[in-house]
Structure formats: C-alpha cells, structure tokens
Design a protein around this ligand. Structure first.
Ligand SMILES: Cc1ncc(COP(=O)(O)O)c(C=O)c1O
Length: 485
C-alpha cells in the first residue's frame, strides 16, 4: 500500500537483482558435499533480493488483507471475535511453547494441569462432564461425537440403528460427519418460525434412529423453542442428542446444553473462546459428554491422581482421533480467555453478543428483510434478499461485494441453504456501539444505492487490487503461477 496515490507497487519477482542475497551463513565447519543436481531446479527462476525487500513485500501483501484487528468481521456462523493479545503472551511462555508431546508426563505437569482444568471448565460450562480436548476443529469434534454415539449403541447390543436426523438448516459438516461415521442422514424440515418442524421430526424418528445432530441457536440465529421436547422425542425413541456447539457463544454461561437434554456437544474453541481461526491458525473442537458416555471418549484424557496429572485411556475408548495432545496452543488460549472472564463474568460474552446482534438488526431492519421478522435473534441474524432481487435486480453477492468497498469484510452469504439470497451477520460481543453504528450506516447506504444505482453494486468491488472475479472460471481454469512461462 503506497502512501502516494497510484504509485505502482513493486513485485518481488520484478525487484530481483542477480547476485543479491537476503542472508549470510557463517563459515561452513563441516565437509561440503555436492547436492544431487535433480534437487536443484534451475527453471524456478527465484527472485534474488535482500532481506529488507522481502520484508517490505510481505508486509505490503499483509496490508492488502483484512483481519479482526482491523475492524468488524461479521462472518455469520464463524464468530470472528477479537483475539486478546494476553492469549498470545501466554502461549509464548516456555513451559507451553517448548513442551514436547513425547516428554515424560512428570516433566510436563504444568501443561497437563492446564489441560485438566480446561476439561473441568468445559464440563461445567456445558453441563456434560466427560471431556476430550483432542479434536482439531468443530467438524472433527462432530465425527468424534457421532463415533461415541455409535459406540454407545453397539455396547448395548443395539446394532440396528442406522440413521442420524439433521435439520435442513444445518451446517454442511453435520451430514458429512454423520455419513463418515457410517450413518444414513435423514433430513428434518424447519417450520415458519425457524424451529424444527415437530410433525416432520415425529414422522422421521424410529427405532432406526441412532441420534439427532443440531445447532442451538440454529443457523438462523434463533433459539430452538422446543429444544427440550425435541430431545425428549429422541430419548423416548432410544436415540441420543448431539449438539453442534458452533453457536455456543450465544448461550455460554447462561444456559447449559446438558440441562437442555443434550448428551454430547462440541465447542469450537476458535469461535466461542477467542482462538484465532481462518488464516490465523489451527482450531480446536473439544467434545463434552454425559457421564456414562465418558468411557467411549478418545484416548488419552488427562486425569488427576492426588497431586499428579496423568494421561488415561477411557475403558471403551473409540481410539485416537488426533495425534498427541490435540492443538495444545489453541487449548492454552481458550484457557486464558475463560480465566480472564472468570466464572462470575462468563455470561457477559453471551449477553453482549446477543445484545450487539439485536442492536445491529434494529438499525437496519427497516431497509433489509429479516428471515423471521417476528423473533428476537440470538448472536446473529439472517436476512432474506429476495425483495432486493425482485425490485432492484440486485442479488446478495452484489451487496456483499459492495460491502468490501466500504472497508469491511462481507458477511456470510447463501448459507443457511434454506434462505433464498441469504445474508448472515454475526457482529460478536467485541464490537463497540460506535463500530456497529458505522457498519449499520454503510449497510443502509448500500440499500439506498441498490435502489438508486444497481449497476454500482453489480460492478463492485471497485477499490480492491482485483475487482469482481469470475468464480466459475477461477475454479475451472485456475492460474497458479505469477506469470505464464
Ligand atoms: C454451525 C457450524 N457447525 C459446524 C462448523 C464446523 O466447524 P469447524 O470449521 O471448526 O470444523 C461450523 C463452522 O463454521 C459451523 O458454523
């Protein structure tokens, strides 16, 4: 990003100056050998530049990117909240950053204590006390949870259950992980209020049902109004209830899934508990289960024996789901986040995220159309762009691209699949009132532009290094080199 308007920005390859090196090594103190010539590819034509130029090149590239440290990142269903810097300080402590997963447990007691305590916290937060920290993401947590459900039925000799019920509003990972675990997926319809349609649910539950998997609040940002009744229907039929905890941010510290009748749930630490994600780092999706299911959890879990922390293998474990200890530094960050709120203040995460979403919706609902206007949203809301398409010829992609011109990352679009021209906005609790006001003003301005000058939206974004891309062409004919040779 040049501070002089329109000054061309040098590209690394074009800065190449033969003979320039970006490093210098000390004198070699071992005998030199010749590298096999087939390992040295002369046709690569790598740029020869100094260290300063490399740093400037990558700094320039990073400035073209958008991140949670720059502004609101309203990507619905992703909970792109601010990642506190104290988390990063904690992970740099040598006892965490230098610990090796194969070192003897007695030399890693501090790290194991942290894992044990996080297991305890997540058990208390969810109301489901059996905990594994192993899964590397929400989707892997789902797979783990479904395998636990499967192990439970098989251990009871109940081998005929072959189906998992999943509402039509679900995230794509829910049917994918259920199918990976060997189950048939049976879809349950949503009703006009955004709940699961109870008649359809009753019609689809049977003695073939192993369980149900659903998100609460669901992907419409709405609390499932009949959650206890749904869970009771499943239990009466001998099935178990899996909670996709991706939306835990809306209820953390306020309601416990275990109290609502869930048997198994995962939590995306990289959402609710402020671990960076997207380009920012690996995720973590611990799974929490009711006490009698703990025997099936992946091995190992951390247990306390007197003053000592030890790794234990649950009696009928489904086995390993991830190497070593899971994504340990994600676990440390989540621990720090929970401790920095403390038990007394944890519910403020949920309260403020719900307040922010409702405040933002109130600022724009006269110009955009909420999918279920009669209901209060939880931590996010879903808009239906059908009217914009019909009246102005503008679709949701156009709106999202225009949002980029206002300096924001666009919200999630076209998900959940059941909402036509869907725009899904999740501000999170870490936005100030001022930043919500500014974002709402931009959205209102864009709605006015859609009415008065739809072409402006069709051509957006206007101010980015590349403008509207042909997504289909990019997928079918990707250009993966800087220049054609
Ligand atoms: C509702 C829902 N479920 C599951 C997932 C999967 O989580 P992960 O991306 O951590 O695998 C997501 C991710 O966005 C989600 O929004």
């Amino acid at each position: 990003m040049s501070i002089v308007a329109n000054k061309p920005e040098p590209l690394l390859y074009e800065m190449s100056n033969p003979g320039t090196v970006g490093y210098s090594l000390p004198e070699c103190d071992v005998p030199m050998t010749q590298l096999p010539s087939d390992l040295l590819r002369s046709e690569l034509n790598l740029p020869e530049v100094g260290e300063v130029d490399v740093v400037r090149h990558f700094t320039r590239l990073s400035q073209k990117n958008y991140c949670v440290d720059l502004g609101i990142y309203p990507l619905g269903s992703c909970t792109m909240k601010y990642n506190p810097k104290v988390n990063e300080e904690a992970i740099r402590l040598a006892g965490f950053s230098q610990v090796h997963p194969m070192q003897p447990a007695e030399t890693a007691q501090g790290a194991m204590q942290l894992m044990y305590e996080l297991q305890e916290y997540l058990g208390a937060i969810s109301g489901l006390p059996g905990v594994t920290l192993q899964p590397a993401a929400g989707a892997q947590g789902e797979l783990t949870g479904v395998l636990v459900i499967r192990a439970y039925h098989l251990a009871r000799g109940d081998t005929a259950r072959s189906e998992i019920l999943i509402p039509d509003s679900a995230h794509g990972t829910n049917p994918a992980t259920s199918a990976m675990a060997g189950y048939q997926v049976v879809q349950v319809k949503s009703d006009a209020r955004g709940n699961m349609d109870s008649e359809d649910l009753r019609a689809k539950v049977s003695n073939k049902t192993a369980g149900i998997m659903f998100t609460n609040p669901n992907t419409l940002g709405l609390f499932e109004e009949h959650v206890r009744a749904v869970n009771q229907i499943l239990h009466d039929a001998g099935g178990l209830v899996y909670g996709d905890g991706a939306n835990l941010n809306a209820i953390v510290g306020v309601a416990r899934p275990g109290d609502l009748g869930f048997d198994v749930i995962h939590s995306n630490l990289h959402k609710t508990f402020s671990v960076p994600h997207g380009g920012g780092g690996p995720g973590s999706g611990p799974v929490m289960v009711r006490p009698d299911l703990a025997q099936f959890l992946p091995s190992p879990v951390v247990a306390q024996e007197g003053e000592t922390y030890v790794f234990k293998n649950p009696a009928h474990s489904i086995g390993r789901i991830k190497s070593f200890w899971g994504n340990f530094l994600a676990i440390v960050r989540a621990y720090v986040y929970i401790r920095s709120f403390g038990k007394e203040h944890l519910q403020e995460i949920a309260q403020d995220s719900v307040l922010n979403a409702n405040y933002l919706l109130a600022l724009i609902r006269d110009v955009y159309d909420p999918q279920v206007p009669e209901r209060v949203c939880k931590h996010e809301f879903v808009l239906n762009g059908t009217r914009f398409k019909k009246e102005y010829g503008v679709n949701t992609l156009d709106v999202a691209k225009r949002i980029i011109d206002y300096g924001y990352y666009p919200p999630t679009i076209y998900f959940p699949l059941i909402v036509p021209e869907c725009l899904m906005i999740e501000p999170t609790e870490t936005q100030s009132k001022a930043s919500l006001d500014e974002f709402a003003a931009a959205l209102r301005q864009i709605a006015e532009e859609a009415r008065a000058n739809p072409q402006l939206l069709h051509d957006a974004p206007h101010d980015t290094p590349v403008t509207r891309l042909d997504d289909v062409k990019a997928a079918r004919e990707p250009v993966l080199r800087y220049k054609h040779l």
